[in-house]
Design a protein around this ligand. Structure first.
Ligand code: ATP
Ligand code: MG
Length: 431
């Protein structure tokens, strides 16, 4: 039995047909980022493992069970395929001293790796577009990053992606809230279920998420983080919301939107759709003012977000978006010795003028070549036989849709070799 090697589970090939949608997506994303002044940064896919344990935190799903970590067999260095991009980006910013002179707006796109259970919208190799601003502390940049999202969904022709917003305050404010929360639930311990009792000291915030009907009254009366926020935190949150209101961008405040680690603070947001089933979050972000210092840099404020490309491309396809210019302009048919010597020069001449040419390779008769020309989806066939070659001409055949007014599909005419590009371009201009 012959056996071929398959791709790793959860790591997908993106084939022609699908890949055009990815390219369209990437082009849209690049020009969108440029319109906000964000600059590209390209980062390694492999980083030292301690970067992620320090940046993401030991007690997170990612670090506990999702990382592809290995030891470099040549020098024993612990390495990890990046599970996300922020850690590497902040490392690079520190390593190259990028924010010593001025703040930075940066972006990157590429593969991320997490050992999760593969399912629709969740893969082991997936792609993110990451956007990070470093060195800005005010709510204006948080708001900018949120407004950016709204514009991108629009640029991509997507509807129904909703904004959820929350504030985490500062670590000290969270600690006081947490203390009171534990005391509050401890005082009502009789009403707690087993799960809640277990979480009381390790992760009391999770109790707020419980669906147990018997606990809902207790949960409703629990202390709320927003009541622990000082003036500065409240002003920041208010500042973000002011910009969103001024822009007419609707949002929902979701107090359950949280991040586990201490260097996350203030703004958190997610963009969510109900069109992807369970994996509905297409973009998540917020402020992480503590991370630069956590990774050994001089303290600097920062905020950013990451989008899941697989999920967004799926939405673009569902919305019926079509990759622009997926077709080819000319299929070049040629047969005979003189014709086949002329043909490559004709093809290059057309490309010189910006016309896309699919050059027939592999020989065969006119009939079979014309079949391929038809199947290629090209607008025109340019046909060269020895007849044409001798006369210094080619035959231009209108295969579909692109011809001048009055020209039926299937019409053909002879054109001088040096006139063929003009002829095709003139048709475009008149169409
Ligand atoms: P979840 O709770 O769904 O696991 P997360 O908090 O792990 O999400 P982030 O680390 O915030 O996700 O990543 C940002 C975005 O990247 C997500 O909102 C999602 O769109 C996308 N994403 C994350 N993990 C995967 C994955 N395994 N496959 C495909 N896309 C993913
Ligand atoms: Mg996850």
């Amino acid at each position: 039995m012959s056996q071929y090697i398959q791709s790793v589970r959860g790591m997908n090939d993106i084939l022609p047909g699908e890949a055009e949608f990815w390219e369209l997506f990437e082009e849209t994303v690049r020009s969108w980022l440029k319109s906000y002044g964000y600059r590209p940064i390209r980062l390694p896919v492999v980083e030292p493992t301690p970067l992620f344990t320090r940046a993401i935190g030991e007690v997170t799903d990612i670090v506990e069970k999702e990382m592809y970590s290995f030891v470099d067999s040549l020098n024993g260095e612990p390495l990890t395929l990046r599970p996300e991009g922020t850690a590497g980006c902040v490392r690079a910013v520190i390593q190259h001293n990028l924010i010593a002179q001025q703040p930075q707006r940066l972006y990157y796109m590429g593969q991320m790796f997490r050992h999760e259970r593969p399912q629709k919208g969740r893969y082991r190799q997936f792609h993110q577009v990451g956007v990070e601003s470093l060195g800005f502390s005010g709510p204006d940049i948080d708001a900018e990053q949120i407004l950016m999202g709204a514009r991108l969904w629009d640029d991509l022709g997507l509807q129904g992606i909703k904004l959820q917003l929350n504030t985490l305050g500062q670590p000290g404010e969270r600690a006081r809230h947490r203390g009171d929360l534990i005391a509050y639930f401890a005082a009502g311990a009789d009403a707690l279920d087993e799960d809640a009792k277990r979480r009381l000291h390790s992760n009391p915030l999770r109790i707020l998420d419980s669906k147990n009907p018997a606990m809902q009254d207790l949960i409703a009366g629990a202390p709320k983080l927003i009541d622990y926020l000082g003036e500065t935190s409240l002003a920041h949150f208010g500042g973000v919301q002011q910009v969103l209101r001024d822009a007419g961008l609707p949002y929902e405040i979701n107090p359950r939107l949280v991040r586990g680690l201490d260097y996350y603070n203030l703004t958190v947001f997610e963009w969510v759709t109900d069109r992807l089933g369970a994996q509905g979050t297409v973009c998540a972000g917020g402020r992480y003012d503590g991370l630069v210092q956590q990774l050994g840099g001089k303290p600097a404020p920062a905020c950013g977000f990451a989008m899941g490309v697989e999920r967004l491309v799926a939405l673009v396809r569902d919305a019926g978006g079509e990759p622009a210019a997926s077709g080819i302009d000319v299929y070049l048919v040629h047969q005979g010795e003189a014709a086949s010597r002329l043909a490559p020069r004709v093809a290059e001449g057309l490309r010189d003028r910006g016309i896309d040419v699919l050059f027939h390779c592999g020989g065969g008769g006119f009939k079979s070549q014309m079949k391929k020309a038809d199947a290629s989806g090209a607008t025109f066939a340019v046909i060269i036989g020895d007849d044409e070659a001798k006369a210094g001409e080619v035959t231009l055949k209108y295969l579909r849709g692109g011809g001048r007014q009055g020209m039926q599909d299937g019409t053909q005419k002879r054109v001088g070799v040096d006139k063929i590009a003009d002829e095709i371009l003139m048709d475009w201009e008149e169409a």
